[in-house]
Design a protein around this ligand. Sequence first.
Ligand code: AMP
Length: 363
Amino acid sequence: MKNKILGIIGGGQLGRMIALSASHLGINSHIYDPNPDSPAFDVASDIFNNEYSDIEAVKKFAKGVDVCVYEFENIPIRTAQTIEDLCPLRPSSKVLAISQDRLLEKKFLSDKAKVKTAPFYECNNIDDLKTATKYLNKSAILKTRRLGYDGKGQVRINKDSNLETIWKKVGDNQSIVEGFISFQRELSVIIARSIDADIKIYDCVENRHKNHILDETIAPAPHLKNKVQNSAEEIAIRIANELNLIGLLAVEMFEMEDGELVVNEIAPRPHNSGHWTMDGCTTSQFEQSVRAAMGWPLGSTLRNVDIVMKNLIGKEINLINTFLEDSRYKTYSYGKKEVREGRKMGHINRIIEKDSNVSKFMP
Ligand code: AMP
């Protein structure tokens, strides 16, 4: 019997962990990434080290796989559509197009999925910025519509801000301005939807950031009210159904003081805030994304233990040796050759002992 072949666009740590999970299901992975040092190439059965705009290479890649997934949003839509003409892309290029553009995403969330978001305005020039800032009582965030991540391409605006200077510095003729939300904490949920519209959702988790980069995820979110867990699930289901999702989707939300949830953004792929599932659930988010893409039944998302996940950013990767001998910690290194400041190098899952009341990473 010939092994099934999964195509993965993007060869970073997410692509690597998708490929490793696929291998446990007997599936081989072909990975496409222009960076010759892609960490996922180490675990691929075939690699395509070509530009995303190289349509001939993209066609060759797509013809050689049964189904294709992606590990990041900023794939040119033409590339995604080229793949989709030749093999199933899951989630679809339509979902990708929405999630890679903050304006389309916010419009979809508020107008189609009808979930609460920050107030937002399209912003294409300095006059738009001035008008939007006025509407938002001078408490806002300017964001580029595309290519922003980990707080990049964003700037906070308050009553002391000089809008002309801000626009010169980060203004892009395709931006949005959002009202600044005074949230209590950041939560996320990960949902999977199968080809038969079956749905599975992982527990809602709390995410804590340092320097705009995810530092720790606590699963489940401490002291989360049932009402909030339920509304996080309802929101995720509404979004997944409205997108006609086949695959995995992360939903990032702000929890307000009164428990109301405001959706910040969606990511149609495994997400950093789901790394805890590797040790917390029978089916990890990576395996789930492969199952959904393959058209297989979804696995259980039941959480078996409480977990705190800590990202190892830059030199923090050296911490790994400290935890190798402690059975409560499960360590992951992404095999990246160069340690750079702000670069995600690995992560550690801390299994929280039953009844220990601990919800932090360090002992
Ligand atoms: P994003 O790139 O949209 O995920 O934003 C990165 C981080 O900026 C989020 O995790 C929040 O901490 C913060 N942030 C984004 N949008 C808003 C907002 N409208 N109000 C307050 N904080 C925000």
